[in-house]
Ligand binder design. Structure first.
Ligand SMILES: [Zn+2]
Length: 422
């Protein structure tokens, strides 16, 4: 037995020690304990069966290199080998974060599309940074993600399997999230991570697995051999336009049946391409994280607050009826930012860059009967230029009127113009 007792003191690599306070939970691999580290409450993952020396060295390297981004609940300290095993220390997961699986089973629900898009953006950015650091995640699945349903903030956990590109942690991923080439026996890498990323994103938007339709429902009992077929050699996207053998089933896959037509076209087109036969078989052709970020930014640009029902809805070229109330939304007031079009309706939030902080809030001035743009940036002062050439600074917290012809510099690189498109 390698279990630890409350009050036990465990020494750390590089000096210092932690004290076990109590068990928080356990899984197949190990036990998570609440520990005290320099007077601070933290978590210790303790392996029931110590993985090999290579795993230990890799974990130590990851700790020394630090987290690729704040999306990761990264290992912070490694214990010495003792009591027949070892473990690593990380921050505690805050209570307002729920396991992604809970969202799929409707036990947790995003407060808004805005929060959902924040989650998608944070996941894509986390993976982009992870790959830039030269790592691959290897064991991506719905148990690794914890999300705050209110804000969409994400924490990616279980980072102990993160390895340098091309090296194998020895711990196989879950079949449902592994790329077909890994299911067939290949080594996980950034290309297979990209497949797993597209599965996670699909599930985030549609609450259904992209390869689980009629074929999987008809399976009498999910064995390893069937898993290898459905997620590997014979994987078929549920909305593959050329192969309708795995369509979602009414009464079972209600979420995706309802959301697939409701969410924007660009999302359907992207997933149809990413889960096409060609992408399933050619890992190097899969979409890179930066392009997922661009896609999510495009979705964000099209998300507005409906002036009639105050609900969120997406505006598309030639389609401006509200998803909730069905009424037509006047989208004539727009902010043009290069090739981007942002719609200005009361209550809509605008994101100028790809981070997850709102830059502009559209609000109304009921007295003047006009809309205003409020600068929500903590430190950027905008410059507004009227059609006659007058310049006005808009400091953080200040507002400016929404009037056609006004040009706004949000920062050195981003300049926009308010237009009225009747
Ligand atoms: Zn509405």
């Amino acid at each position: 037995m390698t279990e630890l007792t409350n009050g036990a003191r465990i020494t750390l690599v590089g000096g210092g020690c932690i004290t076990i306070k109590k068990e928080l939970g356990r899984g197949g691999q190990g036990i998570v304990y609440l520990v005290s580290y320099n007077g601070k409450d933290m978590a210790l993952k303790w392996y029931l069966n110590a993985p090999d020396k290579y795993f230990y060295t890799n974990l130590n390297n990851n700790i020394l290199n630090g987290a690729p981004s704040d999306a990761f609940l990264w290992p912070k300290a490694l214990t010495e080998r003792q009591n027949g095993s070892y473990g690593y220390v990380m921050d505690l997961r805050p209570k307002n974060y729920f396991e992604f699986g809970n969202f799929l089973m409707a036990k947790a629900k995003f407060a808004s599309f805005d929060a959902m898009l924040n989650a998608a953006m944070k996941i894509c950015n986390g993976f982009m940074m992870l790959h830039r650091f030269g790592y691959s995640y290897q064991d991506l699945n719905d148990g690794n993600f914890f999300i705050d349903p209110k804000t969409g903030d994400v924490l990616i956990c279980d980072n102990d399997n993160v390895m340098p590109q091309g090296e194998k942690s020895g711990i196989m991923g879950k079949a449902r999230y592994m790329a077909p080439e890994v299911v067939a026996g290949g080594i996980p890498d950034k290309y297979s991570d990209r497949f797993s990323l597209s599965v996670i994103l699909f599930m985030l938007f549609y609450a259904n697995h992209p390869l689980e339709g009629a074929k999987v429902v008809a399976c009498p009992c999910m064995t390893e051999a069937y898993e290898k077929k459905f997620y590997g050699s014979e994987a078929v996207f549920i909305y593959n336009p050329n192969d309708k053998s795995n369509l979602p089933v009414r009464g079972i896959h209600q979420n995706v049946i309802r959301r697939w037509p409701a969410l924007p076209t660009v999302l359907r087109e992207t997933f149809t391409r990413e889960f096409s036969e060609e992408m399933l078989r050619n890992p190097q052709k899969r979409m890179i994280e930066q392009n997922w970020e661009k896609l999510i930014a495009t979705l964000r640009d099209s998300l507005v607050i409906c002036p009639h029902c105050k609900g969120e809805t997406f505006i598309e070229e030639g389609k401006n009826t509200c998803l909730n109330c069905g009424k037509i939304i006047n989208t004539s007031l727009q902010l043009k930012l290069g090739a981007r079009t942002l719609y200005l309706t009361e209550g809509t939030k605008l994101y100028i860059d790809h981070n997850n902080s709102v830059d502009v809030q559209v609000q109304s001035d009921p007295k003047a009967g006009i809309l205003l743009l409020k600068n929500l940036s903590p430190d950027a002062t905008w410059t507004a230029e009227t059609p006659s050439g007058k310049l006005k600074a808009v400091a953080p917290g200040d507002v400016m009127p929404v009037k056609a012809g006004i040009k706004v510099s949000f920062n050195q690189n981003t300049k926009g113009e308010i237009v009225q498109n009747n």
